[in-house]
Design a protein around this ligand. Structure first.
Ligand SMILES: *Cc1c(COP(=O)(O)O)cnc(C)c1O
Length: 222
């Protein structure tokens, strides 16, 4: 087995049924994604639209691509024709722009609402109170090309498990509070990365986004 296949097998063993694994392949070359694909992985997460587009063009068509990084409205066009899910939806402006591009392609795009729960100021996402006010205007009733599938979030980058747990509990709380607003399709709570996905699963995650534990450390200088 290749190293990537070994890592994948190990992670899958630790995930309960019903938890989806997104293999975060950002910065890594298409050959490494192909190795994971050959080991049976089909869902990959990327954080840059052009990079995602290039990889889409070189890899098999049954890959499900998830956009997980901050998305600028003028870049949606690169991914709108094929992206399976946009997890990093963090503003009303972005919601409207994705609707527009999805309509142009005649598609319905699955999205997650990214919620800011971490202590760091720099992390993107909706403040829960702001999101609450936004949803009170019932915006999605007029956005037929979007399907809101759930919420996504990133915990504080710390070794303190109590802090990470607090963040995951906050995300789960948002998820449960919003559920009645959206109904059945709202079934995804995306939280947990390489260093904290086990705790995320214990806190109710249904989708983990794991990069470095599968592909190794990223080199951003390339
Ligand atoms: C990069 C990234 C991940 C994966 O991080 P690892 O620590 O490599 O597992 C998960 N989620 C988001 C939003 C990311 O940007």
């Amino acid at each position: 087995m290749s190293e990537i296949a070994t890592h994948l097998a190990h992670i899958r063993e630790t995930l309960p049924a019903g938890v989806t694994l997104v293999a975060v392949s950002k910065t890594h070359p298409a050959e490494m994604i192909r190795e994971a694909y050959e080991a049976g992985q089909r869902i990959f997460g990327e954080s840059r639209p052009q990079e995602l587009r290039e990889k889409y063009e070189t890899l098999p068509r049954d890959v499900e691509w998830h956009m997980i990084g901050h998305l600028q409205t003028n870049k949606i066009k690169y991914i709108a024709p094929f992206v399976a899910m946009i997890q990093s939806v963090d503003s009303a402006r972005l919601v409207e722009a994705i609707q527009k591009e999805a309509a142009k392609c005649g598609r319905v795009i699955d999205i997650l609402l990214e919620i800011h729960v971490a202590a760091e100021e720099t992390k993107t996402g909706w403040d829960p109170a702001e999101l609450h006010d936004y949803l009170a205007t019932n915006p999605f009733a007029a956005l037929p090309n979007l399907r809101v599938r759930g919420v996504m979030g990133i915990a504080t980058n710390t070794d303190d498990e109590a802090v990470i747990r607090r963040d995951f509990d906050a995300l789960r709380h948002c998820f449960e509070e919003l559920r009645p607003h959206f109904g059945e399709a709202f079934d995804t709570l995306s939280m947990g990365m390489s260093h904290d996905y086990r705790l995320a699963v214990a806190c109710g995650s249904t989708m983990v986004r794991v990069g470095s534990s599968i592909f190794g450390e990223r080199d951003y200088s390339k």
